[in-house]
Structures are given as C-alpha cells and as structure tokens.
Design a protein around this ligand. Sequence first.
Ligand code: UD1
Ligand code: UDP
Length: 373
Amino acid sequence: MIKVMTIFGTRPEAIKMAPLVKALEADPQIESIVCVTAQHREMLDQVLDLFKIVPKHDLNIMAAGQTLSDITSRVLKGIESILAVEAPDIILVHGDTTTTFAGALAAFYAQIPVGHVEAGLRSHNIYSPFPEEMNRSLTGRIAVMHFAATEGNVTNLKREGVDETQIIKTGNTVIDALKMVIKEDYVFDDDILNQIDYKNYKTILMTAHRRENLGEPMENIFGAVRAIVDRNEHVQVIFPIHLNPAVREIANKHLKDADRVHLIEPLDYEPFANLEAKVDIILTDSGGIQEEAPALGKPVVVLRTETERPEAVQAGTVVIAGVDKNTIIDITENLILDEKAYEKMAEAVNPYGDGKACLRIVDAIKAQFLHKL
Ligand code: UD1
Ligand code: UDP
C-alpha cells in the first residue's frame, strides 16, 4: 500500500482537502493518514465534522494572537516526530497557508516527497497576499508533484523551471467539495437564514479576513459596506465574521448597529456554500470564494488590490475592487442598480474544473508510487 499523509490546518485547506481525503480513503491501494495542525481550531473542526474526517494526528497549535513565526515553528517541530514514526511515502499539502509551507519544509527535512495541491497560483507580489504568495512559492520549490488547477497555474510553474513531468493538471478540488454539498431547495438548520427575505431585498454575502487588509484597508471595506446599506434601502448584508479577533473588532465598529446587516458566526461549509447559491452578490477578500461563486453564477467583488485567480476575472464574473472605500461603493452599487451590468456578471462560469480533481490526484500518486513498492 502507498502510505499518503495529508497535512492541513485551516478552514480553506480542510474544505479543499476533504474530498481528496475521501478519495484516498476509498482506494484499496492507499493507506491514508490525516495530520491536522489546527492552526484554526473551531473553523477546522467544522469541516472535519461535516466530512466525517478523523485525524490520526492533531498538533492543536492554535493560540490567540499567533504570529507567523509561532505557527511556523510549532508546525515544524510538531510534524518532525510524527514523520519519524509514520514515515509516509508522500505527504500532501494544500495551497498557501503557513501550515502548508511549514508542513512541506518538515517533510523536506525528513527527505519525504511532497505533493502540492492547488500548485502554481501566483500574484507576483510577495507582500500580497501576505504571507500566502511566499508560502506557495516556497512550497513549490520543495514539491516534487505539483497538482495545478488551471492551464495558467501550469504556465506559472513552467516559467519557474518546474519540470513538465512533475506537473499534473487536475482542476481545483474546491469544485469536488462544492458538488458534495450544494443541494437544490436546501433548507438551513439555522432558521434565521431561512427567514431572511431574499426576494424583496438585494442580498450581499460578505467575508473578510486577509492579514494585509487588517487596519486601514479593512476600515475602508466595512465603511463602504456601511455606506452601501445606509444609501440603499433595498439592500441587506449577511456577514459571517471570521473568528480572528482583529477582524471582529473592526467589523463591530462599523457594522454592529447597522440596519439590514446580519452579523453572524462563521457558517459550516454546507450552509455557507448553499447561501452563496442563494444571494445576489458576494463581497470578499477570500481566495476560495473567488473559485466557488463563479461556478454558482454569482458576481464577486474582490476586496483586494490583485488576484492570483485571474481566470474568473477574464470570464467576467469576478471584479477586483481593491480597498478604496469609494471604489468599493461604486462597483457594488453599479451591480445593485444596473440590471444589465448585473446580468452580464451573473453568468455561471467554471474555469476551475469538473469536480474530478481528486480522482486525478489519486491516479497520479498511484502511477508514481505503485511500481516502486
Ligand atoms: C489563515 C491563513 C490564510 C487563510 C486563512 C483562511 C496563514 C498565515 N494565514 O489566516 O492564508 O486564508 O487562514 O481563513 O496561514 N481563530 C480562532 N478560531 C479559528 C480560527 C481562527 O479563534 O477556528 C482566531 C485565533 O485567534 C487566531 C486568529 O484567528 O490566532 C488568526 O488565525 P490565523 O490562522 O493566524 O490567521 P487567518 O487570518 O485565519
Ligand atoms: N466558508 C465557510 N463558512 C464561512 C465562510 C467561508 O465554510 O462562514 C468557506 C468558503 O465557502 C470557502 C472557504 O471557506 O470554501 C474560504 O475560506 P477563507 O475565506 O477562510 O480562506 P481563503 O479561501 O481566503 O484562503
């Protein structure tokens, strides 16, 4: 059997690794071991519960106010002893978090090959997104198997000199995850979400958490949203607030008492994805949501100055608004008030795959390792 260890620690990694863990577990020629760092605790556990994934190892590292060095050193040290005991044939990490990079580095130190899921995304600005652009570049230097979602991601890797034979174009596993949870006529467990009047109001779903947006950019973002609801009586906002206390403080300052703003706790992935499918517009600085919303035909206003996900921008369903208050207001109000502009952006496009990314990853691992056993 091929021993495959997946390492992940935050909500988005868990969502995008969950269908892969399921595919690994289902394969009789693979022994699947899950190691979580718990860089996120509650938001990770939400995903583990939903997909019924039981980690064999849990580093439980999350601490309030954790710095990048805290996360890196705790992950590195924690994984060292696990790798010594488990000695997997390959470890798989996902994307661009600090868990991703530190997990890959720990495997490199143990001379265990690394597979990088969602490889090849680049903004070409090392400070934006920060520290994710550097995390994924460094993980790419370590990886020997690069599972790239799109042709653009493949091109980025080739430009950096990655050998073509090490790149496998798979599509993004987020589409696999989305297909597992989206249901027609979905009914929310939390009745507040069922009772919201989606018919008579334009509904904006919003998320925000990026480190480089903390401070003034986030003040601008939430200030813009406040102005949008104050100026447009037929607009309401649903905002499941990230558990980062720094985000909560700024959100509460601007939005706590606002009419037609529903500040709620982070949602489980299944209700969140089904809410994405129900609302009119999404405002976000998230990476994963830029991939999900276009597939669901929802216009996305990106609250960042650039994106490493140009595919949906090119397709016309994602627009980069930046972090300037007036620009965010203008772009969002245009979508609220101009039906034609809205319809143009609300076409479903899905540059991120057919929902079979995980099977391709499993097949590639088997092709690489089975003959060596
Ligand atoms: C992390 C990732 C980011 C990813 C994001 C997804 C890094 C450096 N950042 O950013 O790439 O896009 O996750 O959400 O890897 N917290 C809780 N409970 C939770 C989760 C977070 O209380 O379940 C609080 C803790 O106080 C924690 C803080 O949020 O210290 C920040 O978490 P952290 O993982 O450091 O940063 P994120 O901004 O969540
Ligand atoms: N998400 C969720 N509950 C929420 C908000 C987001 O399950 O309340 C999901 C969302 O569908 C997407 C992922 O979390 O798949 C994005 O995670 P996040 O925005 O934290 O990180 P990023 O994608 O920016 O790395």
